[in-house]
Write a protein that binds this ligand. Structure first.
Ligand code: SF4
Length: 62
């Protein structure tokens, strides 16, 4: 599975980075980013939780 953040729409709330730090982090320039190529099996559930919890729905995990 891949994870992607549409960084332009990110409001920098930090939720994804705290829900699934294995995949998401806050970028040096502000908005969040997905920093792994492939979402590890073990954290797929929390990556999806981050996707579903993003207040502006700019995360795609698929
Ligand atoms: S949850 Fe959404 S809005 Fe919040 S930091 Fe992550 S990508 Fe940005």
């Amino acid at each position: 599975m891949k994870a992607e953040v549409d960084r332009e729409g990110c409001i920098e709330c930090g939720l994804c980075a705290s829900t699934c730090p294995e995949v998401f982090r806050m970028g040096d320039d502000g908005p969040a980013e997905a920093y792994v190529d492939e979402v590890p099996e073990s954290v797929i559930d929390s990556a999806i939780e981050a996707q579903d919890g993003c207040p502006v729905a700019v995360i795609k995990v698929e």
